[in-house]
Design a protein around this ligand. Structure first.
Ligand code: BDR
Ligand code: CA
Length: 312
C-alpha cells in the first residue's frame, strides 16, 4: 500500500514538534509539505523550528512554506510562556532550513491539487487555511480528510474562560473554515486533551524509548514538564500529538457529527466553539468532533516517533 500524502499546517510549538515527528515516523503517510504561521510563537521562530524538526528527523527534503504572520482581523497573544521564547522549550535546538518562495496558503492549494485525496492536519490557528479557502473555494474537493487541533465545545478554555488557543487566535478564520469550506473537518479538542493526559510514568517511558526521545523531545519538554508538575497536573497534556494520532489512525477517536459555530464577538465568549447536537439551529452538521480518544493507541504512535534516531 502506498503512503498517504499529508500536509501539515503548524505554529510549532513544542507539541507541534512532537506531532510532526509522529507523522515523519509513520510509514503509512508521506509528509509532502509543511506550512507555517504565527501562533504559539512568532512566524520567524516557527519557521526556524520547523526546519529544526525536519533536520532532526533527517527529512531535509520536505518543503516548508511561510504563511500568515498575523491573524485575519485581530492580533492575539502568543503562548511563549508554555512553549518557551523560541517555541521549542528554549533548549538550544536550532538547525534552520531555507523556505519555499510560495506563500503557505498557495502551498496548501498547490499540494492539495498535486496530491488529491491528501490529508490536511492543522496544528495552529486557521489563518492559512481560511486564506487558502478564499483563494480556492473548491479546495475541499482535493482534500481527503482535514484534521484540526482546536476548539473546546464544553467551553473549557485554555487561553480565556471559554476558548481554546488555536481558535481564539483567529476566530474569524475559523468561522470561514466552518461555514464556507465544506471540509467537514474532524476536530480534536482541548477537552480531549484534558480528558486524556499522558500520565507521568507513561510519558517518561516514551521519552526513554529511543534517541529522538532522549536527545530532542526530553530537552524540548523539560521546562514544560516542570511547569506542569508545579501545577500538579497528572501528566503531560500535549494537544497536537492527539490530533496527529487521529490523522494517522482514525480509530484513535470516537466522533460525533455536529453543527459547530465559533463566537467572533469581542466579549468573554470570543473564540468559543459551540456545538448544536440537538439541532436547535436547524443547520446541517459541518464538523466531526472527537468525543473520546484511545490513549493507548495515541501513546503507541508517539512512542514510534521518540524511538527513531535524532540527526542533530
Ligand atoms: C493548542 O494551542 C497551542 O498552544 C498548542 O500547540 C496546540 O496547538 C492547544 O490549545
Ligand atoms: Ca500548535
Amino acid at each position: 500500500m502506498s503512503a498517504r500524502p499529508m500536509i501539515i499546517d503548524t505554529d510549532a510549538g513544542v507539541d507541534d514538534a512532537l506531532a510532526i515527528l509522529m507523522a515523519l515516523a509513520d510509514p503509512s503517510v508521506e509528509v509532502v509539505g509543511i506550512t507555517t504561521l504565527n501562533g504559539n510563537v512568532s512566524l520567524p521562530n516557527v519557521e526556524r523550528n520547523v526546519g529544526t524538526i525536519l533536520n532532526a528527523f533527517g527529512a531535509g527534503h520536505i518543503p516548508i512554506y511561510r504563511g500568515a504572520a498575523r491573524p485575519l482581523l485581530v492580533d492575539a497573544p502568543d503562548a511563549a510562556d508554555i512553549h518557551g521564547a523560541d517555541g521549542l522549550g528554549d533548549a538550544g535546538l536550532r538547525a534552520p532550513r531555507d523556505l519555499e518562495s510560495t506563500h503557505a496558503a498557495l502551498g496548501i492549494i498547490e499540494l492539495a491539487k498535486r496530491y488529491p485525496g491528501c490529508t490536511l492536519v492543522t496544528l495552529g490557528p486557521l489563518t492559512n487555511l481560511a486564506i487558502a479557502l478564499s483563494l480556492e473555494p473548491n479546495l475541499a474537493q482535493y482534500i481527503g480528510k482535514t484534521i484540526i487541533m482546536g476548539g473546546a465545545p464544553k467551553a473549557t478554555g485554555n487561553i480565556t474562560a471559554t476558548a481554546e488557543f488555536n481558535i481564539y487566535v483567529d476566530p474569524e478564520a475559523t468561522a470561514l473554515v466552518l461555514s464556507r469550506g465544506n471540509l467537514q473537518p474532524t476536530m480534536v479538542t482541548w477537552e480531549n486533551t484534558l480528558d486524556h493526559p499522558i500520565l507521568w510514568d507513561r510519558w517518561e517511558a516514551l521519552l526513554d524509548a529511543g534517541d529522538m526521545g532522549k536527545r530532542f523531545v526530553r530537552p524540548m519538554c523539560t521546562n514544560l514538564m516542570n511547569w506542569a508538575k508545579t501545577r500538579n497536573r497528572p501528566g503531560m497534556l500535549m494537544a497536537d500529538p492527539k490530533a496527529m494520532a487521529v490523522a494517522l489512525d482514525p480509530s484513535c477517536a470516537t466522533v460525533a457529527h455536529v453543527y459547530m459555530e465559533v463566537d467572533c464577538g469581542t466579549g468573554i465568549g470570543r473564540g468559543m466553539t459551540a456545538v448544536d447536537p440537538i439541532g436547535f439551529s436547524k443547520k446541517p452538521a459541518n464538523t466531526y468532533v472527537a468525543t473520546h480518544l484511545d490513549i493507548d493507541k495515541v501513546i503507541a504512535l508517539i512512542t514510534k516517533a521518540t524511538a527513531v534516531a535524532c540527526h542533530l
